[in-house]
Design a protein. Structure first.
Length: 453
């Protein structure tokens, strides 16, 4: 597109563009029409000017104490008729057409060429190129008529002297007015569209952790409010559906947990040891999936969190203790280091422990036997590094998706890291996955918000 500024993307830009174009078109039309009227000296303009002079003359009529009629012109008007007596004239006539007063001392009324005086003709031209208007007025002396006349030469001289000044002044004033108009429009649009920008921020802040939030309609324009109300109703339906899903997930997990425990006990009692191992492995895998489904349901429900001041170093040690048996089983050592003194963080202690445990279990499962998982505390962040093959760039975007697994034939449920992501989002924290810079292995970093002092 050659002129992108003519098609702005913002509503504010489009309203400003349309308003400005309308103003420029109206101003241009007004200037052109005014210029043509002034330059051409149309009959309408001349007639209006002569009528205005006649009204001023009517106001100047005076009666002395003896009832004698006089004409008391103010000085600028008197000077104008005296200086331009050949191009600017007036007559004051009685009801019979007799001249009572005139600008040039003449006692002859102004008449059309070759025609007698007709007081009813209020606008005509004389033989010597004068435009004449007749204005009737009533006084205590009876009906009077005022004739005012102006020649084309007078209009041309006036236009020649005034037109450049009028054009230059109008251009300067118009430019200043245009700038002021633009500033007022921009400021007005800023305040008028403030509720729309606020609604955009509200929508941006809505996630699965705060689906109960609604977009404010305070000061919202009536044209946009129905759309915002519709979005709020949609959010309500989404929240209801999400809660139904979460309740189903939690209830299903709870219902499956007990039967699986009973089934495992029955297998241990009734099945021969040589046939038991594969069955127990399947039962344990199902139990782990059910347990993670419960964790996922709790992690997705912001109402289940209890935020408090948490000692990050202490909860990290607890998480290490919980995965120690898995590390021993896979012959993997866990090394805890401190890069900088750990801070207290704000969060749910149990949820933070679950997040750290899931990341540690993931690192242990991806580390070779007799290798090391390195756990590093750095202020309000915890980093977990394994010694595995690392992460390829094409799988990083999928790591935190629910039920996503790189190895579909393995025992992983694909829920562990998605639970970590839910917990970090609920804490307004951040989790980052990448590869270690100083050697092999993947590196996961969890950063929690610091507890306020």
């Amino acid at each position: 597109m050659r002129f992108p500024w003519l098609r702005p993307k913002s509503l504010r830009g489009r309203l400003f563009r349309d308003t400005l174009l309308a103003f420029l078109l109206a101003s241009g039309f007004y200037v052109v029409v005014l210029h043509e009227i002034f330059r051409e000296g149309s009959d309408l303009m001349v007639r209006d000017g002569l009528t205005g002079q006649a009204e001023d003359l009517a106001d100047a009529l005076r009666f002395d104490p003896d009832g004698k009629l006089g004409l008391d012109l103010h000085q600028p008007m008197k000077w104008g008729y005296d200086a331009y007596f050949q191009n600017l004239k007036y007559r004051v006539l009685d009801s019979n057409g007799k001249v009572l007063f005139s600008s040039d001392g003449s006692s002859v009324a102004l008449t059309p060429p070759g025609k007698p005086l007709r007081l009813g003709d209020d606008y005509f031209q004389t033989g010597d190129g004068m435009y004449v208007a007749t204005y009737p007025t009533k006084t205590q002396a009876g009906q009077l008529y005022i004739q005012t006349a102006r020649s084309d030469r007078f209009f041309e001289l006036t236009a020649e002297a005034m037109l450049p000044v009028v054009v230059e002044t109008s251009t300067a004033v118009g430019a200043i007015a245009l700038v002021l108009f633009g500033v007022v429009i921009l400021v007005g649009l800023k305040f008028s569209l403030a509720p729309v920008r606020r609604a955009s921020r509200d929508v941006e802040a809505i996630s699965s952790q705060n689906l109960s939030t609604r977009i404010s309609t305070r000061d919202m324009p009536v044209e946009i409010r129905p759309m915002v109300d519709g979005i709020n109703r949609s959010l309500g339906r989404i929240e209801d559906a999400f809660q139904v899903q979460q309740r189903f997930l939690a209830n299903a997990a709870h219902e499956l947990k007990t039967p699986l425990s009973i089934l495992r006990g029955q297998l241990e009692i009734r099945v021969k040891p040589e046939e038991r191992a594969a069955m127990l492995w399947e039962i344990d895998s199902m139990a782990r999936t059910v347990n993670q489904l419960l964790q996922l349901a709790e992690a997705s429900d912001i109402g289940s969190y209890r935020f408090e001041r948490v000692d990050l170093a202490n909860v990290t040690q607890e998480a290490v203790a919980l995965v120690r048996s898995l590390a021993d089983e896979r012959i993997v050592d866990i090394e805890l280091k401190t890069a900088s003194p750990p801070h207290d963080v704000r969060g749910d202690r149990a949820a933070i422990q679950v997040a750290l445990r899931n990341v540690l279990e993931n690192a242990i499962r991806h580390s070779p036997q007799k290798s090391l998982v390195e756990l590093r505390l750095d202020g309000n962040a915890v980093s977990v590094r394994d010694m595995g093959a690392g992460l390829s760039q094409d799988i990083v975007p999928h790591l935190f998706e629910r039920f996503w697994r790189l190895d579909r034939s393995g025992s992983s449920t694909g829920l562990g890291l998605s639970i970590v992501k839910e917990i970090m989002d609920a804490h307004h924290g951040d989790v980052h996955a990448g590869n270690a810079q100083d050697g092999p292995g993947a590196l996961f970093t969890l950063c929690f918000p610091r507890a306020s002092d």
